[in-house]
Design a protein. Sequence first.
Length: 225
Amino acid sequence: MNRRINRYCLLIRILAHDDTDTLEDVLHTLGRAAHRAERRISDVAKTQDGDCLAEIIAEETMLVEDLIGCAFVAAQTYIARIISRVIWLHQRVARDGHVLKTTCAKKPAIIHGFNNLITKTKYSEIELIDAFANYFKHHEEWPKWDNATGQSERTIRVIRSVGASEDSSDNCRKGLTALGIDPVFHVFTMVEILSKWLSNLADAYKQELNRLVNHDVSHDKNGNT
């Protein structure tokens, strides 16, 4: 029994391992780059005019959008790692004959729970990050939004809930704003959302594993009396 308790403690430590420091470094770099692009827009507006001004602003605005999109994709890789850990945890505990119920170990349930809902939507912060990452990676492959099906349609439904539209050139920025992150330089604070989600998720699984251990201890005692 002690061996099982120690093993469960180890499993939770692995699930709860917070390695967001590397991601934070990446997001800091992307945020600084986006901030420089925004400064260039401001500077050129003071020195250029006409078609040249419009062209430069359009190019720099697109660069900012791309950098925010890269930030969403970087965050999505972190989300994917946590999902893999949860699935692994379920598999390990199943070897002892237990079925964990904190989540069903499916991505939709894992990313919907244990974090805040976006204001005036039914989607969570983690769902929004994941959706905007998918948008950035795949939107150029999509059909007209109203004709989309499957995963594309689900992604569109999420990003539309915060104002994204098919003809907009700043959808990723809208996603960032919906997360409460403004200015774009502060994109690194996305890490706080991810860390809190992981902490809540790990705490919930820890409580369930503690209940399993207590149940097994009680069962063993009753069996020995």
